[in-house]
Design a protein around this ligand. Sequence first.
Ligand code: ADP
Ligand code: MG
Length: 255
Amino acid sequence: TAPAIPVLSVEQVTVRFAGLTALDDVSFTVAPGSIHALIGPNGAGKSTSFNVLSGVYRATSGTVRFGDALLTGLMPHRIAELGVARTFQNIVLTAGTVADNLMLGRYTLTRAGFAATALRLPGAVREQRRHRERAREIAEFVGLGARFETPVGLLSYGERKRVELARALCMEPKLLLLDEPVAGMNTAERKAMAHTITAIRRALGISILIVEHDMGMIMRISDEVTVLDFGRRIGGGTPQQVQRDPAVIRAYLGT
Ligand code: ADP
Ligand code: MG
């Protein structure tokens, strides 16, 4: 049988900032329904990759495809509407409750216009209610059911990381980009988050591209790994292959 069309194809992407090549001719694909890890030392170009994929940065050259759709040059909100959601390395939440933050995630899906919603027209009110019910389900899915009405300012760090994740899930994405989802977490929180990430793929069928420094977790949960160093793709394959790859070991040891 023919191999499935990748959910994401990064093709020869280069990103240059003044005097610095953050990504240099990088190519990789994400298989549908997989957990794909993007790893590499600090400054390797991982966050830059996410910024290109989500439309925050524009590639100097190369293309990005999401299924059949060309993402290259699209604005972030268009990319989100097509079904690519992301979380950030540093938490970016708005003031208000967990529910308020998740409803912002639902906003890309809201069909009634802003005016209809503000005027509380019946159709818009029904739609808002449906969105709120779905947001509550997603909060429960990530273990924040009891915190739905809680102001995010009262949550622990680990809980706030989960709000970010839930907000991305509220966009009902086909592909989820997770930038360091367990950074700053303790061992128990890491274990719980790894469990949630695998549940997202299994229960919701969402493909996941994950940047993370926790190698133990990456090797346990990923189907495939792409390794960057100084903006270049230096290796890739299954976790077992990557762990044995001398070029990867050298990059991490800095020799
Ligand atoms: P990683 O996430 O793998 O640690 P980044 O993608 O954040 O690495 O950074 C890759 C390189 O690009 C670094 O040298 C960084 O300083 C540089 N860089 C990232 N964003 C910008 C920017 N907006 N302007 C200039 N240089 C940047
Ligand atoms: Mg980074």
